[in-house]
Structure formats: structure tokens, C-alpha cells
Design a protein around this ligand. Structure first.
Ligand code: CAA
Length: 389
């Protein structure tokens, strides 16, 4: 076990057991296939189903709804283990557990929780979260897809983009405008809806051809006059954007854990490679130029993890974590990009080849600086926090 291992951290015994069990499963059932899934753009439906059966769709769902009810700290460590095996699988799980589950737990009525949380915890329902649109990425208040009242019902229309699990989810939590052009209410004119993927008029687009995370599904979503009853509105009308940002505090910690997993995998490959690869009649590990890189990689990974665990502990104490989640995501994602860049360099010519794993990790790392709020958005969030009382 290297110094950069999360298992050396001081965590409760029960958390350690879950993390070790996750590592074993991930290294045996996921990691050996990650390269092939990446190159063939294969969504591992069979592994996702198995993860669902094992309780990974209910990591954050309380036991009363048959979930595992993990605290944030353990949940983060579990995501890191999955990401160290395959970052695509980790984002499919992270989006489900961090965003829709959080929103349902916080804002769902007793009936909505009853309807959705049990099936999620049992692995029967995978969920997606949809906020972005083609013209509304960072500026997410400016979304245009809408839901209009028609008697008791809502009629949903418009186009959404970059939806993780967009065509594999059974439930979509979608943010839509519910104010009229005359009464524009900005952040308070958006509502959240629980949209069954099977509802008539919900049409996912084709899976995007991405730089990395090629084994996760990202699609656009067309809403063609989708008619839903009032029980599909989540929380209060007009407050869906606020709920989405609250959930994104969790999502951003999840992306940070994912980035740390990617970086750790790259470091582990480099530790092995630097012992096997000989140049100038010595293994690479004998060269200080390599040692210094490995030392910096391990240090930054440990620092990223410390930020994530600090945010997770604060979350578990019931504190607001907006800025801490932003710091964790910012630092961990930039660490993942830096570490994987160094890893490609250490592998040299082989690092540039698809036959070696660090090239995929480098591609997978990039999006952690972009989705669930870019690094620039995280800096805005952190800076704003410096001035609040
Ligand atoms: N929790 C709760 N409320 C929050 C909040 C938070 N973390 N952050 C902001 N708010 C509230 C504000 O208090 C404000 O409420 P009031 O109007 O009542 O004061 C409201 O939200 C609007 O906030 P701002 O005035 O700060 O709005 P803004 O437009 O200036 O900035 C932003 C908001 C921080 C830039 C925000 O738009 C943002 O985070 N953008 C990035 C969006 C994002 O992360 N998108 C990723 C989508 S998910 C994804 O990537 C796909 C996937 O499947 C992985």
C-alpha cells in the first residue's frame, strides 16, 4: 500500500470495510475491462446492473428506504475506488447518487420518496440530472426549456444537453422554466420535475462521442409536449434551480473524488512502470527526475483527498459546504489533469499510445475541470464565499 492510499486514513472501521469491498469488486470486475469499454464506447450495462443489485444505486439512500445510508465521507471514498478502476462507471453512479437522490431526499413528498427511493435503492431505477442546454452551460439561470400548466397537468417542452445517463436512466430530474416571459424571475423561475424516461414525448438523442469517459452515456434530451401530473413537480414551483445548486454541492464533491481516483490510478501505474522500465541500464525509479515527479503526484493527490474529506466531514456535521465543495473540486480536478500529464510524460512514447492506460486516464481527467461547474465557476463560488458574513 502506498502512502497515497486512502486506506491509510483514520476512518471508522465500518467505512473501511465498505471501501475495501468496493476496491476488491472494482479491481476485479471493472478495471480489467476499462480499456476495452473506452475503445469500443461500450456502456457496461451488465456491471451497472450488478452494482445496482449490490446497493450502489442506494449508497446515500437511508435504510428506511432499503438504501445503504452511507455518510458523505464513506461515500466519497467509495466513489474514489470506483473511479480508480473506471471513471466512466464512477460518474454514472455519482450523478445518480449525488444529484437526483439528494434532491428527492431533501424536497420529495412522502409519496414521491415512496415511489422512487425504494426502487432506486434496489437497483431497479437509475436516475439522471438535467440542467444544461446548448446555450446555457455555466450561465445555467438562462435555460429556456419550459413546463407550462394545462389545468392540473404540466406540459414539458424544449431541448436539454450533456445529460449523463441520458438514455440509460429510468428517471430524469429535469430543471425547466416555469415563469412566463412577462414575469421572468431568474433563478426563482425554474422548477424541478421528476420525469419517467418512459413518458411519451421524452426522446434522448444519440450518445455523444466524447474525448474521455467513453463508457458513460451522455446524450441530449428532447421534450416533446410531455404531459405529467402534479405529482411530478419536485418541491416548490420556481425553486428548482436552488435545489439543483444545493445538490451540485454534493455532485462537485463526487467529481472531486472521481478526479482523485483517476489521479491515483495514474500514480499507481507510474510506480509499477518506473520499477520495470530500464533506461541507461537502470530502472526509471533510480532517476531523481522521476522520483520528484512521483513525490509531487503523491503529495497533490493526498492534498486533494484531504480537501474532499474535510468537505465531507463538514457535510456530515450538517454545515453548508458550497465553498469547500468548490475548493475540493477545483483542486482535485486540476490535480487529476496535472498528475495524468506527468504520467504520460513518465511513460514517454508508450504514454502517448492507446495500448497503455495513462493515455485514457489523461483523457478521462479533462472533463473533471469542466462538468458540474467549470474550474472558473468554482473560483467564482470560492471567491464569493470570501466576502459573505
Ligand atoms: N446552494 C443554494 N443556493 C445557491 C447556491 C448553492 N450552492 N449557489 C447559489 N445559490 C442561489 C443564490 O443564493 C441565489 O439565490 P437568490 O436569488 O435567492 O439570492 C440564486 O441561487 C442565484 O445565484 P446567483 O445570483 O449567484 O446566480 P449567478 O447566475 O450569478 O451565478 C452560478 C450562479 C454560481 C454561476 C451558477 O449558475 C453555477 O454554479 N453555474 C454552473 C452550473 C453547473 O454547475 N452546471 C453543471 C450542470 S450538471 C452537469 O455537469 C451534467 C452532468 O450530468 C454531469
Amino acid at each position: 500500500m502506498t502512502i497515497a492510499s486512502p486506506l491509510l486514513l483514520d476512518v471508522p472501521e465500518q467505512s473501511r470495510e465498505i471501501v475495501e469491498m468496493t476496491r476488491e469488486f472494482a479491481q476485479k470486475e471493472i478495471a480489467p475491462h476499462a480499456a476495452e469499454w473506452d475503445s469500443t464506447k461500450h456502456y457496461p450495462a451488465e456491471v451497472m446492473k450488478r452494482l445496482g443489485e449490490l446497493g450502489f444505486y442506494g449508497l446515500r439512500i437511508p435504510e428506511e428506504y432499503e438504501g445503504l445510508g452511507l455518510d458523505t465521507l464513506t461515500y466519497m471514498m467509495v466513489l474514489e475506488e470506483i473511479a480508480a478502476a473506471d471513471a466512466s462507471v464512477s460518474i454514472s453512479l455519482s450523478v445518480h447518487n449525488s444529484l437526483p437522490v439528494t434532491m428527492l431526499l431533501r424536497e420529495g413528498t412522502a409519496e414521491q420518496k415512496e415511489r422512487w427511493l425504494g426502487p432506486m435503492a434496489r437497483g431497479e431505477v437509475l436516475a439522471a440530472f438535467s440542467l444544461s442546454e446548448a446555450d446555457s452551460g455555466s450561465d445555467s439561470v438562462s435555460i429556456r426549456a419550459q413546463a407550462v400548466r394545462d389545468g392540473d397537468e404540466w406540459v414539458l417542452s424544449g431541448e436539454k444537453t450533456w445529460v449523463t445517463n441520458g438514455d440509460t436512466a429510468d428517471l430524469l430530474v429535469i430543471m425547466l422554466r416555469t415563469d412566463t416571459p412577462e414575469e421572468r424571475r431568474g433563478a426563482h423561475g425554474i422548477s424541478a420535475f421528476l420525469v419517467p424516461a418512459a413518458a411519451p414525448g421524452v426522446v434522448p438523442g444519440k450518445a455523444e462521442d466524447k474525448m474521455g469517459l467513453r463508457a458513460s452515456r451522455t446524450t441530449s434530451l428532447s421534450l416533446n409536449d410531455v404531459r405529467l401530473g402534479p405529482e411530478h413537480l419536485l418541491g416548490m414551483e420556481g425553486e428548482g434551480f436552488i435545489y439543483a445548486l444545493q445538490a451540485l454541492d454534493n455532485g462537485r464533491m463526487g467529481v472531486a473524488a472521481q478526479a482523485t481516483g483517476i489521479a491515483r490510478a495514474a500514480l499507481e501505474h507510474c510506480i509499477r512502470y518506473s520499477q520495470e522500465r530500464q533506461q541507461f541500464e537502470r530502472p526509471l525509479r533510480d532517476f531523481q527526475a522521476i522520483q520528484f515527479k512521483l513525490a509531487d503526484m503523491a503529495t497533490r493527490i493526498s492534498a486533494a483527498r484531504a480537501l474532499i474529506l474535510e468537505a465531507a466531514r463538514a457535510k456530515d456535521r450538517g454545515e453548508s459546504v458550497t465553498e469547500r465543495a468548490g475548493m475540493a473540486k477545483l483542486f482535485a480536478s486540476e490535480t487529476a489533469m496535472w498528475v495524468t500529464t506527468q504520467a504520460v510524460q513518465i511513460f514517454g512514447g508508450y504514454g502517448y499510445m492507446r495500448d497503455y492506460p495513462v493515455e485514457r486516464l489523461f483523457r478521462d481527467a479533462k472533463v473533471t475541470e469542466i462538468y458540474e461547474g467549470t474550474s472558473e465557476i468554482q473560483r467564482i463560488v470560492i471567491a464569493r464565499g470570501l466576502y459573505s458574513d
